[in-house]
Ligand binder design. Structure first.
Ligand SMILES: Nc1nc2c(ncn2[C@@H]2O[C@H](COP(=O)(O)OP(=O)(O)OP(=O)(O)O)[C@@H](O)[C@H]2O)c(=O)[nH]1
Ligand SMILES: [Mg+2]
Length: 292
């Protein structure tokens, strides 16, 4: 018998969804930062075994959308709710409610297994964790609850084993050597965006989109050219920094990560371009992959 299914991870921003998916898949597929709304897409992480295939989905944190980009992000969450075979609903220690009640109702009414994962227990003590488990068990009665630390890789294996048990009987959905649905260019964009989220404050991380125009694999090197888009001229100045120092740091850190990821030397060129209002422009959003 062969098993396969979609296991979709959803929850509030910043609770650790991407950290968990990477831990479950054993690869660094999704970027992780301490800022909310790091993940903007639905990203698949596929685990292949002779007898099963688990298709994990990392999704953007649930918010009330304020602009078109965020509407598209919530569209990804909606489809992830609809096509899940198993739902991993993640909350973090101390959290009381989902930022968007509509989604919470949908989760509670879902007719599929729900694993409620209480994350970041490394920040807490046993008594508080037990209280939280009781709280969530009352709020989502049919969920199986797992208290974990995705960051410290604590209690991840029991979730993985339970998922394998719960997987429905099905042929594989993707070729057995496939790790994700995203392209090489996507990983370049995300790696650059991760460094920007890490090193810039205020609205900069949310105003940035990265588009990789060129990705050329040569025998010894991969040549990459990426455009970093910002919404305003002032943001361009901040991003580049005095004598270009700030942007250089982004480039050198991204290049190091990409060399590890692609196992090859990388030549990375980056340009900053002002692209007014891209976050509210349907056509551009579509081009950047934000259609659901
Ligand atoms: N202390 C602690 N921090 C964690 C744990 N898991 C994740 N984090 C941190 O929480 C922050 C957010 O992690 P992400 O995995 O990016 O969270 P996310 O839910 O994917 O966030 P969005 O994509 O913005 O919705 C990062 O700084 C992580 O290092 C954990 O178990 N313990
Ligand atoms: Mg994320």
């Amino acid at each position: 018998m062969h098993k396969a299914g979609f296991v979709n991870i959803i929850g509030n921003p910043n609770v650790g969804k991407s950290t968990l998916m990477n831990a479950l898949v054993g690869e660094r597929i999704s970027i992780i930062t301490n800022k909310a709304q790091t993940t903007r897409h639905r990203i698949l992480g596929i685990v292949n075994d002779e007898n099963y295939q688990i298709v994990f989905s990392d999704t953007p944190g649930i918010i009330k959308p304020a602009y078109e980009l965020q509407e598209s992000m919530m569209g990804f969450v909606k489809t992830a709710l609809d096509d899940a075979d198993i739902l991993v609903y993640m909350v973090e220690i101390g959290e009381k409610a989902l930022k968007n009640e509509h989604f919470f109702t949908k989760i509670n009414e879902a007719q599929i297994p729900i694993l409620l994962v209480l994350n970041k227990i490394d920040k807490s003590d046993q008594e508080f964790v037990l209280g939280q488990v009781t709280y969530w068990q009352e709020k989502v009665p049919k969920a199986e609850i797992y208290a974990i630390s995705a960051l410290k890789n604590f209690n991840i294996q029991p979730i993985f084993d339970r998922i394998v048990e719960l997987l429905p009987e099905s042929p594989a959905f993707y070729p057995k050597d496939q790790l994700t649905d995203k392209s090489e260019r996507f990983f370049v964009n995300e790696t650059i965006r991760e460094k920007i989220l890490m090193h810039y404050k205020k609205e900069i991380p949310y105003s940035v989109e990265v588009d990789t125009e060129e990705f050329v694999v040569e025998s010894r090197i991969i040549r990459i050219r990426s455009i970093i888009m910002v919404e305003r001229e002032t943001q361009k100045g901040i991003l580049i920094g005095h004598k270009g120092v700030a942007l250089k740091r982004v480039g050198s850190e991204a290049r190091k990560d990409l060399e590890k990821f692609f196992q090859k030397k990388i030549f990375l060129e980056m340009y900053v371009k002002v692209n007014k209002n891209w976050r509210n422009d349907s056509k551009q959003l579509k081009r950047f992959g934000y259609d659901t």
